[in-house]
Design a protein around this ligand. Structure first.
Ligand SMILES: Nc1nc2c(ncn2[C@H]2C[C@H](O)[C@@H](COP(=O)(O)OP(=O)(O)OP(=O)(O)O)O2)c(=O)[nH]1
Length: 210
């Protein structure tokens, strides 16, 4: 699916604060590393309701991710700010996976993903005064090695609860890299934010280094 891009409307005001409607530590870190300081606050949203609607309506995973990103940004209504919302769905051979809730669930999920290629449907939107100014979807593809259960247990032992913060039960910037034999697509999108297109959109809106 081509990346969805809505051209943002350049605004004059460059003093508009930036808010990240997310509880994701890595998303906040990615923006900080790129030189942007922002307030980060998780959106109070029942994601499962939208995910269930997506399944019932037969939405593509990228559509569900986009709808969730938009819902998070709009749920955190900050009228004087640019609000970023993001979401990531993982699909593998037509099956959707969520963030594992326990180490056992992470083990089961990684056993299901190993030796296969999965897609991280990563959506990001920028909203202002309750309207979506810009949206984007990146869909990197990641192929896992057919690692052994012994390797998997050692990986889970080393990762501990960290792997539960990620939809794929891995941190690519950490030991999770050892799970893969091939990766195609935008590295920052895999971590949770397609940074280059987002930074371009923010510069167009007058948000630069802060
Ligand atoms: N550190 C790290 N995190 C990853 C990686 N791949 C995916 N993730 C994280 C990014 C997101 O926090 C999470 C995807 O789940 P969601 O999009 O539902 O976001 P999350 O629930 O974490 O926060 P949010 O809904 O934005 O408040 O997985 C990775 O390679 N490294």
């Amino acid at each position: 699916m081509p990346d969805l891009v809505l051209k943002p409307t350049p605004l004059q005001n460059t003093a508009t604060p930036l808010v990240l409607a997310s509880g994701s530590a890595i998303r906040k870190q990615l923006l900080h590393n790129a030189g942007l300081s922002c307030l980060a606050e998780p959106a109070a949203l029942e994601e499962d309701v939208l995910k269930a609607e997506g399944l019932a309506q037969g939405w593509a995973a990228s559509t569900t991710a986009l709808r969730l990103a938009e819902a998070k940004a709009l749920a955190l209504y900050k009228p004087e700010a640019f609000v970023i919302g993001a979401d990531q769905m993982l699909s593998c051979e037509g099956v959707l996976y969520n963030k594992p809730e326990t180490q056992d669930a992470a083990r089961t999920q990684l056993q299901a993903l190993r030796g296969k290629t999965h897609i991280l449907h990563t959506a990001v939107v920028v909203c202002h005064k309750g309207a979506v100014l810009w949206q984007y979807v990146s869909e990197p593809k990641l192929t896992m090695r057919s690692f052994s259960d012994t390797f998997l247990d050692a990986y889970l032992q080393s990762e501990g609860a960290e792997c539960l913060c990620s939809v794929g039960a891995y941190r690519l910037e950490g030991p999770g890299l050892q799970l893969f034999e091939q990766i195609e697509g935008d590295y920052s999108a895999i971590l949770g934010l397609p940074l280059l297109p987002l930074l371009e959109a923010l510069r167009t809106l007058g948000v630069t280094l802060s």
